[in-house]
Design a protein around this ligand. Structure first.
Ligand code: THU
Length: 131
């Protein structure tokens, strides 16, 4: 799939504008690229009951699944300072998109490139349950 990183990051930046983050004021945007070339956006959605907050990455991935997508090639995450995905999001990424490339960007668009497997080495996955 030949969508370039800047385009996926742009989609994540757009989604970030919809972040509902009145408690942390830390807006996060994400965009996941499916194998068939579709892009699904996500933003963080906070809650007064803090643990009910949903991260941008999981919003994007679960929305894509709800649209029937199961194969993902990349995800972009944008925050003001290039923050790295949280542990819960890494766990969901290893479940749904273990082979994804991950672009971690700040609000200027500067980014670094990593992978889900690099972010969560030796993770618990479906193979762990089947063994
Ligand atoms: N957040 C994300 O959306 N993704 C992450 O990977 C890290 C944290 C959100 C959750 C919360 O709304 C805010 O950032 C501060 O933790």
């Amino acid at each position: 799939m030949n969508l370039n990183p800047a385009e996926l990051i742009w989609a994540a930046m757009q989604a970030r504008q919809h972040a509902y983050a009145p408690y942390s004021n830390y807006a996060v945007g994400a965009a996941v690229l499916t194998e068939d070339g579709e892009v699904f956006p996500g933003c963080n959605v906070e809650n007064a009951a803090y643990p009910a907050t949903i991260c941008a990455e999981r919003v994007a991935l679960t929305a894509a699944v709800a649209h029937g997508k199961r194969r993902f090639v990349a995800i972009a995450v944008v925050t003001r300072n290039g923050g790295s995905p949280c542990g819960a999001c890494r766990q969901v990424m290893i479940e749904l998109g273990p082979d994804m490339v991950v672009y971690i960007a700040d609000e200027t668009g500067a980014y670094r490139t990593t992978t889900v497997r690099a972010l969560l080495p030796d993770g618990f996955d479906n193979a762990s349950l089947l063994a």
